[in-house]
Design a protein around this ligand. Structure first.
Ligand SMILES: Cc1cc2nc3c(=O)[nH]c(=O)nc-3n(C[C@H](O)[C@H](O)[C@H](O)COP(=O)(O)OP(=O)(O)OC[C@H]3O[C@@H](n4cnc5c(N)ncnc54)[C@H](O)[C@@H]3O)c2cc1C
Length: 480
């Protein structure tokens, strides 16, 4: 399937991927939409009853077992687990919708559920075999235990392909022995099921090399240790632990996927996670806009609510237009995710994660500004919004790494074409067609021709359409 983002680097506008805009979930799947409404009501009730209490989670730096039990009872720990294993089996769109609502209510609960459903359990849903799914998914769906996803190590964060944890197969082939350390693992201190990664010795092209393999591990396996819990700037109610594997014995039937293909497992799971993270950031920004407007309307200075001042209105308008753009991206991305493999929309998910996490941070900063001194001090919630927002630019792929990922993948197609032109130039007569086609396209763009969106748009959008086409042309020229 063509990728819209990959296409624009080559000046190609695959507008059929954008239009018609996907129908709303309510129309596409009314039954799922009903489940989502029920979940949102339950969530609001938990907040109303004081069970979900962000200030307390932040202060106590934990989320109590009573909250986890309530989340389990209402189905929040089985959101992404298929119905046949006792979960709710939500689509990517449905899960993203819930994630947006969760983020409006509490960032720490969002992280706890995101790590459990979107990373730990999802690794088993996507890559587990029939026995692994039957053994682990029902207990995770019921919330008997939490799931975690342990990839990061002290020496390797962004460079996850080069993790140093090792796994050696025993002589009798009955188990693997893992040695290494994992850092900042969400739910790690109390998870009963953890998807983790270690280097294994495999053969590639006749040579022995080290490649990551994914494993399911449990804390009762000999050699598993929780070294401690870390303290943080934000999302303090969620817990991250440092784990160590010292001669950790893992039965061979706990390999997740294929030996030596663990990096693919890690990346595939994270690609899906980025859609939900973007949905969470968008939901969070919506709530920030609500808080900003409420504060600005009631705070009076110079005899007027500060909402009357144009400079405040600009802040609100900026947040609203960013939210509109993020929501539009999410609609397209969720639709792609519903019908295509995660590799097909990896660039779009990365774009969405970068845009939404930076939007959330900007608007949290503006919320603090609008609230003035009250933005900076407790017991007001504004400083917590700022602290809770910051992590989204760092985890599930830092925004720098994702920008590199987008750019390097985007230029791949044009680079291959240029290589082809380069070889063709060595035999110009034989390759006249190819060379003249390329020269004509360069000439057209030098004369100001732009790629066009071949779709009828309302005439009020004409200026924006031109602006968009001009920038796609500039991106193509810069890429070449
Ligand atoms: C609260 C929290 C929760 C987390 N939860 C989990 C979890 O549940 N499971 C898990 O496995 N991990 C988890 N992580 C780890 C997280 O995913 C990593 O922190 C993240 O991937 C970045 O790795 P790093 O911190 O080692 O930074 P580094 O990789 O050391 O990067 C440091 C800086 O250098 C930049 N950088 C690195 N390489 C390049 C490059 N090639 N070009 C340009 N810039 C570059 C980065 O963007 C960053 O700004 C969590 C982290 C935190 C803080």
């Amino acid at each position: 399937m063509p990728s819209f983002v990959r296409g624009i680097f080559a000046g190609a506008l695959h507008d059929t991927l954008l239009f018609p805009y996907p129908p709303l979930l309510e129309r596409r799947d009314p039954a799922e939409a009903r489940v989502i409404r029920r979940l949102i009501d339950d969530l609001r009730a938990m907040q109303h009853d004081g069970l979900i209490d962000s200030a307390r989670f932040d202060e106590e730096e934990t989320i109590g077992e009573d909250v986890i039990r309530a989340l389990a009872r209402t189905g929040f720990l089985g959101l992404t687990i298929p119905k046949e294993y006792g979960g709710l089996g939500l689509s990517n769109t449905g899960y993203a919708r819930i994630f947006g609502e969760l983020s409006r209510i509490d960032a720490s609960v969002t992280v706890l559920i995101g790590v459990h459903c979107g990373l730990g359990a999802r690794a088993i849903v996507l890559f587990g075999n029939v026995d692994q799914k039957a053994r682990y998914l029902p207990m995770l769906a019921r919330g008997e235990t939490l799931a975690a996803y342990a990839l990061t190590e002290p020496e390797t964060g962004s460079d996850a392909q080069h993790i140093t944890t090792t796994a050696r197969l025993s002589a009798d082939g009955s188990h693997w022995t893992l040695d290494g350390r994992k850092l900042w693992i969400g739910n790690g201190h109390r998870a009963g099921v953890i998807a983790t990664f270690a280097q294994t010795d495999v053969e590639r092209g006749g040579k022995r090399v080290q490649r990551p393999t994914a494993f399911i591990i449990r804390p009762d396996m000999p050699g598993f240790h929780v070294e401690g819990i870390i303290r943080k700037l934000g999302i303090r109610g969620s817990t991250q632990a440092e784990l160590s594997y010292r001669q950790l014995e893992v039965p061979t039937d706990h390999v997740l996927g294929v030996v030596g293909k663990g990096f693919g497992v890690a990346v595939h799971v994270l690609n899906g996670g980025r859609l939900t993270l973007a949905a969470g950031c968008t939901g969070g920004t919506k709530q920030i806009a609500v808080e900003m407007a409420a504060f600005a309307e009631q705070r009076v200075q110079f005899g007027h609510p500060i909402a009357d001042f144009e400079i405040t209105q600009r802040k609100l308008a900026a947040a609203a237009s960013d939210i509109y753009a993020a929501d539009a991206m999410l609609g397209i991305l969720s639709d792609l995710a519903a019908s295509h493999d995660a590799d097909d929309w990896a660039l779009e998910a990365a774009c969405c994660k970068v845009f939404a996490s930076e939007m959330l941070w900007r608007s949290a900063d503006e919320l603090v500004q609008v609230a003035g001194g009250r933005g900076y001090v407790k017991p007001y919630p504004y400083e917590r919004w700022l602290r809770d927002s910051r992590i989204n630019r760092i985890f599930e792929g830092t925004n720098e790494i994702l920008r590199l990922f987008i750019a390097l993948n985007g230029i791949q197609g044009p680079a291959e074409r240029l290589k082809e032109i380069g070889s063709a130039l060595r035999k110009p007569v034989r390759n006249l067609g190819l060379i003249s086609g390329f020269a004509a396209s360069r000439l057209r763009s030098a004369l100001g021709a732009t790629p066009t969106l071949d779709i009828a748009l309302d005439e009020r959008l004409a200026t924006h359409k031109k602006y968009f086409e001009k920038h796609v042309a500039e991106l193509r020229t810069a890429t070449e």
